[in-house]
Each structure stands twice: as C-alpha cells, then as structure tokens.
Design a protein around this ligand. Structure first.
Ligand code: NOJ
Length: 562
C-alpha cells in the first residue's frame, strides 16, 4: 500500500459557531479559533477541518452558503481567515475547508438570478420543474429536514428541488457552466493555501434523469418518501468527481474526504481507489444507523457491539486492498460518542478512552470532533425552545405538532440523537459559560461544564485529553497504526472487540471491552505471548497475566512477539 500524509494524519474538526467566541456576541468566531491554536498544537493533531465559515444566512448554520468566496459576518473577515491559516501553518497544522456544493443558499446571487425568470442565464444552475396538471409537486421526494423536497416559487410558478431545507436549493450539476464556476471557486481557496477539502453530501450531486418518484410499499397517494435511490451515488457522480479532479484538484496537493450517506463498501471503493482519481476517503454512515429502527434516525433502538463491530469489520476488510477508511464515531451531525457508544456516567473517562483506542487503532484516518478529546457528553435540554437545529425543529413540528406523536417520546429521541448534542459550546473552563463567551451563547451550554472542561483535563495527567495526545503521538512513531493489516479476533464475543494489526515483523493486539462488567478474554495461545503494553486506559501497567480479563470499558493495546 502506498504511503501518504493523509493516511498517517489525525484530523480535528472545529464547528466554528460553538468553539470559541472572541467578541462577546455569543457566537464562536475565527479570532476565537486563533486564540486556541496552541491548544490544538498541544493535542498534536495534523489537520484542522473547519465546518463552513462562508457567508451564510445560517438557516443550517453555514451549510447554506450565500457567497462561497467570503467569510460569514459573525465569524470575521477574510483577513482573519488568512491569519488563521498562517497560525495553523506556523504550527505545522494543515487546514481542511468544508465544501458545500450539492446546494447553495437561496440567498446566493446565482439563485436570485435563477429564480428571476425562465430564461435567465442562471436558470439552469438549479433544478426547476413545472408542477403537474393540478399544480402537484414534480415528485414525491421528502426533504432530509422533513416536508417535501420541492418549493413552489411565485416568480415563475415553477418548483425548485431542495434535498435539505427550502433555503438550500440543489445545484444542477448537469450544467457544465455551473461545474466550471464551482471549480473556479475551489481554485480560489486552493490558491490561498488551503490543504484539504471535506465535501458535503458529495454523493448526492447527480440525480437520476427524470427525477422519478420513490416507490414504497403501502405509500398513500400524496405521501412523501425519501428518494435516496435516485440521488445517492447517482449515475454521473463518478464522472463529475473525476472531472473535478482533472480540472482543479490534481493541480494542487490536497487532502480530500467526501461525505457519502448511503454509500456501500463497493461505492466507497469507486470513490476512493487511488487509480480512479476521485477522493482519498469517504465518511460512510452505516455504523451511524446501528441504533436506528425501521422508522429511521428518530426511531431509536438499542444497538449491540455485534451490530457495530459487524459494520466496522466489513469496512475494514472491504477497503483493505483498494480505497481508504475514515474513522469517526461523532461529528457536528451526530450525538456525542461517549453517550452513544460508551457510558457517560460512572465510566465516562474510561469509556471515552476505550472508544478513542478503537478510532486510533483501526485502519484509516481518525477524525476527532471538538470536545471529544475531553469526553464531552450529550445534553438533555428540558424544553424544545432550548434547541436551535433546523433538523430537530422541523422534525418535531412534523411528528408532534402536525403528526400527533407524543411530546415526551420525541423529546427523548432528540436527547439521544439530536444534532445539538454535538453543538453545545466547547467547554474550556468552569467559569460562566465555560469560557466560551462573555455574552449570551447562541445555544445553551451543557450544564456539566463545571466538571468537564479543558482546564480540568489539562490539569489531570489521567484525563481523556492526555490519552488522545498519547494516541496521536504513537501514530507518529509507529507506522503500523496507519498501515498495519487488520484481522478480527473473538468474532462472536458479545462485549469485546478484539483485533490485530500487522506490519512486516510487527504485530499489535487490541482488546476493547464495550461493557460495564469485567469480561473474560479467551485468546488463541500464540497471542498470549505478549511482550509489552503500548497503551491502556487504566492507570498503572497491566501485567501480562491480567490478559485473561478485561475490566469495565478497558482498552489495551499490546505488542505481540511474532
Ligand atoms: C451534511 C452536513 O454535515 C450537515 O450539517 C448539513 O445539514 C447537511 N449536509 C446539508 O448541508
């Protein structure tokens, strides 16, 4: 396997709105991030991925861009951005920007032109369709943020497609001028020295011709359905990505990761196999659905280690020869990993470290989401009014206000799965508003900031922070973490995820207990010949004899004598 920087790197995601406010308006900003660069350097990360900082009316917190070549007023100016880039580079950290090009904001100049008349030169930058004979919508697709994916626009009497909110009209990738304009915009940022791109829902850019209605058993007339089969991994997506590569990416050194909901292992190979010149890696979503029932994300069902492991294992094996994995258990769209897959009570610190061990010892590039490195947890706001996320608010309206579902049931689902779990402000210290802002925060803090915060973590040598720091520095010393071959052990164990990584004459054994009970480990005899412990999440050195049992949420990484 070819070596590459991006295979050896660790990425840290910043959600700028919630990271650090510098001017007291309650909203995180670029100067705030600049003031925390030494912290990121101390952690040791190689790349920072910034969620969108472009001009935006913030219907979806920056994922609705009204000017791709300028900075959002609340976050600062292009000059601040340049200062941030320089500050990162001085510290040897690369910058990955978020590229949101499946859709723009409806306040983008292109859309203002496009909607103005049927023959405007920008008309075809977006996806317009006339209604049916009785004014019906062009098809039955639902939007990801609830309700129909079509909005009737008065100016011309036609509908436009928006797979997300009605303020996020989908761009029409069939139009070569649009594609050229996007490539030009990408070059604008790469010329400024951007090192990487995270591409938002990039596997949705090509829609099936004719935009057919989704067919589902038992669908009532007029009922909406997610039409994913007609726009996820669509017919021309690989052609477009290869074109983007040819036209712009290949002219720079650039790290790329595509967000690809609904992508299978086979799709991911097509996106990431090196000879195909598309992307370096993708964010797959299968493991994020391990606690979703037949009703989807909000139909919360218990998950099992077996379910999670089967998926991660499938991806490890599937991309072993061609393609590359990205490794994540949370981000700005997902609940906090320690609350979801670990234990955010008694075993918060241990289980956060155990999950970190998983993320940094599977094969792939690890992504840390802000606050994960101090074990931040989900939040349970008592009233709906405390929530700000458009996905949560629209879903609540559809299910409770209009659909008659139980308030309590839906609030519980929000507590478990809502995106605002990840978006509560970063917890820096125990002072008012956790040192995030001097003003009124745009989203309430998690009240546990008095106990869980960066200041506390930096003062405690056994903190989650220092464990991450160690995992990251181990990656610098041991190529096996990036390149070692993965092999699953204890394939049927209910609570232990165990595997080896092997590179040349070196082998590591990774043992992870996903339960709050001690678990006996029955390893093949040859693996019992451990030589030394590389890292473990319990204080003190576990001796080789203790290999027989893993304590609650214990994680151990051993070197094996081959
Ligand atoms: C995925 C992003 O991560 C999410 O935050 C956003 O709402 C949608 N794409 C739409 O851009």
């Amino acid at each position: 396997m070819k070596k590459a920087f991006w295979k050896e790197a660790v990425v840290y995601q910043i959600y700028p709105r919630s990271f650090q406010d510098s001017n007291g308006d309650g909203i995180g900003d670029l100067q705030g991030i600049i003031s925390r660069l030494d912290y990121l350097q101390k952690l040791g990360v190689d790349v920072v991925w910034l969620s969108p900082v472009y001009k935006s009316p913030n219907d979806d917190n920056g994922y609705d861009i009204s000017d791709y070549e300028d900075i959002m007023d609340e976050f600062g100016t292009l000059k601040d951005w340049e200062e941030l880039l320089a500050g990162l580079h001085e510290r040897g950290i690369k910058l990955m920007m978020d590229l949101v090009i499946n859709h723009s904001s409806d306040e983008h100049a292109w859309f203002a032109e496009s909607r103005s008349s049927l023959d405007n030169p920008y008309r075809d930058y977006y996806i317009w369709r006339p209604g049916g004979p009785n004014g019906e919508r062009p098809n039955n697709w639902s939007s990801v943020f609830s309700g129909p994916a079509w909005e009737l626009d008065e100016a011309t009497g036609e509908y436009y497609l928006h797979l997300f909110s009605r303020k996020q009209p989908d761009l029409n990738w069939e139009n070569p001028q649009l594609r050229e304009a996007l490539y030009k915009m990408i070059a604008f940022w790469l010329d400024k020295g951007v090192d990487g791109l995270r591409m938002d829902v990039i596997n949705m850019i090509s829609k099936v011709e004719g935009l057919p209605s989704a067919h589902r058993e038992g669908l009532a007339p007029g009922e909406l359905a997610g039409g994913g089969e007609y726009f996820m991994n669509g017919p021309r997506v690989h052609e477009y990505l290869q074109e983007m590569n040819r036209e712009v990416l290949s002219k720079y050194e650039v790290m790329t990761v595509g967000e690809t909901p609904g992508a299978s292992v086979e799709d991911a190979i097509l996106y990431t196999a090196e000879d195909r010149q598309e992307l370096q890696m993708v964010f797959q979503f299968e493991h994020m659905d391990v606690d979703s029932g037949p009703g989807g994300k909000w139909d919360v069902t218990p998950w099992s280690l077996k379910g999670l492991r089967d998926i991660l294992h499938k991806w490890q094996v599937g991309l072993a020869e061609r393609g590359w994995n990205s490794l994540y258990l949370n981000n700005h769209d997902q609940p906090r990993m320690v609350s979801r897959f670990g234990n955010d009570g008694e075993y918060r610190v241990l289980s956060a470290k155990m999950l970190a061990t998983l993320l940094h010892t599977l094969k792939g590039t690890p992504y840390i989401y802000q606050g994960e490195e101090i074990g931040m947890t989900n939040v349970k706001f008592p009233v709906l009014e405390d929530y700000k996320d458009i996905e949560i608010l629209n879903m609540y309206r559809e299910k409770v206000t209009e659909g008659g579902a139980e308030h309590e049931t839906i609030l519980q689902a929000i507590h478990t799965k809502g995106r605002d779990n990840a978006r509560t402000p970063m917890q820096w210290d125990a002072s008012a508003n956790a040192g995030f802002t001097q003003g009124a925060p745009w989203l309430k803090l998690n009240p546990n900031y008095q106990d869980i915060n960066v200041e506390q973590a930096l003062a405690d040598p056994d903190s989650v922070f220092y464990y991450y720091q160690k995992l990251i520095s181990l990656r610098k010393e041991h190529q096996i973490m990036a390149y070692g071959e993965y092999k699953l052990l204890l394939t049927e164990h209910e609570y232990i995820y165990a595997y080896t990584r092997t590179l040349d004459d070196e082998q590591w054994l990774i043992l992870l207990n996903f339960s709050a009970d001690p678990q006996p480990v029955d390893l093949p005899a040859e693996l019992a010949a451990v030589t030394s412990i590389i890292i473990g999440n319990y204080p003190g050195e576990p001796d080789a004899a203790s290999l027989a049992t893993l304590r609650p949420y214990e994680a151990r990484v051993y070197q094996i004598r081959l």
